[in-house]
Design a binder for this molecule. Sequence first.
Ligand SMILES: [Ca+2]
Length: 130
Amino acid sequence: MYSKKFTRFLAVSVMAVFLGATAARAQVVTIVDTDLDGIDDVVDECLPSDLSTTVTINGVDTGIPNTTANAVGCTLADLIQDMIDLCLDNAKNHGKFVSCVSHETNILKRARTISGQQKGKIQSIVAKMK
Ligand SMILES: [Ca+2]
């Protein structure tokens, strides 16, 4: 039978080999961040992200500061562009498009993603879109 000291040494050695192997495996994982927003492409739902300093809608600078990417790799500019694309796709006419954006920006304001003033700016730009 092994002594207690040897058994402990053996257990520590096995643990060290296990941890070493785990660390070696961890180093093999490669993070790919194509749009350089700090979020791994594997979980990035917005590829490529709009990393502009301000949010632009239909070529008009809103002056609304863009945000860094959230946990799923989307900036505020990405979210607003997605919202506009969704409203453009689903609305049958300009009035319904403006109404859709109004509805969506109200949700963003309630969630405190944008302020009331920013909501007004977006709605004003969208109303002038053709
Ligand atoms: Ca992204």
